[in-house]
Design a binder for this molecule. Structure first.
Ligand code: MEV
Length: 286
């Protein structure tokens, strides 16, 4: 039996734009998914398409049990965490000898095939390695780990990443002269943020701008607007959609002393708050 876990993630900058080769900055967060894989001669049929693909790719059969601290379909990378932890556990249980880099790229191919479309490598890469990463296509750079205090607000409005990515792609096909400059502006905000990474007030301002640009891309939702506004009013340095939008979650960068107040403001607007910080480990054996 092998038990592995992998963390969820938030996008601090650049979601959607990364799908078009722009840079994005994502950070692994504390809540994790735990996966147990066991060799069995007659494994029960695996129901999730992600798990099915993981076993198919590894060329083995087995039973799998999942325990998750991450809400699914909430923009926090739970499907990537499940995929990374499952591949790692299969690799361990069957002694297949894959490296962490192999796991990250296999997890990306699982996500692409299940989501049947464009999926950046961000979620799977961050979940595998942990930390804060700047990702642009094949370039992945680890940024110095920052002790950011984050409050995540889950709207509890479930969304489909594949559908939101598709929606942006259609918008871009019909109105490239509107959408391309928005993607360029998201890229500019992401790159500028690298210059102020130690100045959380300035970073928060860039997160606010990134949020407005995501709204302009059409991936906002009234429930997200409510939580973002509440977090800012309660003292966040900045707040934005995180992940695909259209529901799902927002993230607020907070002064340490205000995180409980900000979490309370989110709960007061019918959101589920998660107070969290960086995870520096990525996938690990339990
Ligand atoms: C989803 O967490 C983020 C998107 O940019 C899609 C992707 O990166 O695959 C919307």
């Amino acid at each position: 039996m092998a038990v592995w876990s992998a963390p969820g993630k938030v996008f601090l900058f650049g979601e959607h734009a990364v799908v078009y080769g722009k840079p994005g900055i994502a950070m692994a967060i504390k809540p994790r998914v735990y996966v147990t894989v066991r060799k069995t001669r007659h494994p029960p049929r695996v129901k999730s398409p992600y798990l099915e693909k993981c076993f198919e790719l590894m060329g083995v059969n087995g039973s799998v049990y999942i325990h998750s601290q991450l809400p699914s379909s909430s923009g926090l990378g739970s499907s990537a965490a499940v995929t990374v932890a499952t591949l790692s556990a299969i690799n361990d249980e069957y002694g297949l000898g894959h490296t962490k880099s192999d796991i990250a790229s296999m997890a990306h191919s699982v996500e692409k095939s299940v989501q049947k479309g464009r999926a950046s490598a961000t979620d799977t890469y961050v979940s595998t390695f942990g930390g804060v990463l700047l990702i642009q296509g094949d370039i992945k750079r680890r940024l110095p780990p920052e002790d950011f205090h984050l409050v995540i607000g889950n709207t509890m409005v479930s969304h489909s990443t594949a559908r939101m990515v598709e929606q942006v792609s259609k918008f871009r096909a019909t109105d490239p002269d509107i959408v391309n400059p928005i993607l360029d502006a998201i890229e500019a905000v992401t790159m500028r943020s690298l210059h102020v990474f130690q100045d959380q007030r300035a970073l928060g301002r860039y997160m606010d701008i990134n949020h407005e640009l995501l709204e302009a891309l059409g991936v906002g939702h009234p429930a997200l607007t409510r939580l973002v506004t509440a977090a800012r009013a309660a003292g966040a340095y900045g707040a934005k959609i995180t992940g695909a939008g259209g529901g799902g979650s927002m993230v607020a960068l907070c002064p340490k002393r205000s995180k409980s107040k900000i979490a309370g403001a989110i709960e007061g607007c019918d959101g589920r708050a998660i107070i969290t910080t960086i995870d520096n480990e990525g996938a690990r054996k339990e």
